[in-house]
Ligand binder design. Sequence first.
Ligand SMILES: Nc1nc2c(ncn2[C@@H]2O[C@H](COP(=O)(O)OP(=O)(O)OP(=O)(O)O)[C@@H](O)[C@H]2O)c(=O)[nH]1
Ligand SMILES: [Mg+2]
Length: 364
Amino acid sequence: MSQSTSRCKEQHPCTLEDLGWTKEHDAAFSKYAGPYLAGRVACRQKTVWDVLVDGGSVTAGVSGALRKIGRFPAVGDFVVLLNQPEAGTSMIVDILPQKTRFARGTPGREGADQVIAANIDTVFIVTAAGRDLNARRIERFLAITHASGACPVVVINKSDLADDPVALADEITSISPGIPVIPISAVSGEGVDRLDPYLSPRTTIALIGSSGVGKSTLINRLVGRPVQATSHTRDYDDRGRHTTTVRQLFVLAGGALMIDNPGLREVGIGTASAGIADTFPDILELAEGCRFSDCRHEEEPGCAVQAAVADGTLSASRLNSFHRLMRELAFERDKEEIGLVRLEKKRWKEIGKIARDFAKTKGR
Ligand SMILES: Nc1nc2c(ncn2[C@@H]2O[C@H](COP(=O)(O)OP(=O)(O)OP(=O)(O)O)[C@@H](O)[C@H]2O)c(=O)[nH]1
Ligand SMILES: [Mg+2]
């Protein structure tokens, strides 16, 4: 069992229960005996995984069988390890069923979901007072969080830089009905105790947000010592420097488990519509009053959603955001169904037809 290169060895030894192991895991693991060992993935560095096990940690590779079917453990996964004392290493041979799966649609070409972390109870969507505070970005993060099955909490960090942190929280509450919005300062500690209800022992929280919003600073405060590097934000554009490059699970001083993530530049919403439905409950409720059940809330007569925009009950930018995410969802689904190349051909045909129709009208 190789222990020397593991970054996890800096963490206090935990039992499997401390790491969130439950009766369901016991049942799933019961078919293994002898040299097999259970653990939870704390970190992945390319082809090496750091796994927390009962009383310590090991570094491990992944078995050829898992590699062959393209199954790679994510941070937060509970895994089965085969101890290979003769080789001085461990091998991950199985991944136990995931309670939740936090993924983002890849902005890249193939569009497959990218698992950010597994078995997450709560996601802290971290934003910061200043330029990062963007309702549209938060809606996008909310959609992927809802789709994962985890509960979202919006954390507005750097409240020490805001004139009126409560007003900022109110602004965000209006676009996230029913979601807790908590202003804090990870540097001064102001408001951090309001996160306590989400930090009970053995629960797993993932931090997501742009680079520089203070995710690692918050982790350091909650672990109680500087376990993660942090870096000064560039003054001129308020953006971070992508200081954290590897996602890692930490055990907090109070016994909760928290995953620090690199700053996310782009988040695709993938193919799950549930995330969008849960992010826009106000629009779905209004839609029940539309004349047509398949109303797209664009220019249809009798549209209750457009009527709410007209009378100021619903903001036009929130409806635009809903439309943008729905279009993205439709694109991702088409892509999954018919493949990217055929989809692009189909789209070009459609664009060609629109151009020809337009030319005809002009020629008339
Ligand atoms: N004023 C103020 N600055 C903060 C606060 N929290 C973090 N910072 C500063 O913001 C900068 C970026 O913090 P990090 O913790 O590295 O940010 P991050 O979100 O982990 O960034 P990445 O790792 O790049 O994703 C550092 O200079 C922190 O000191 C806060 O509450 N108030
Ligand atoms: Mg960081």
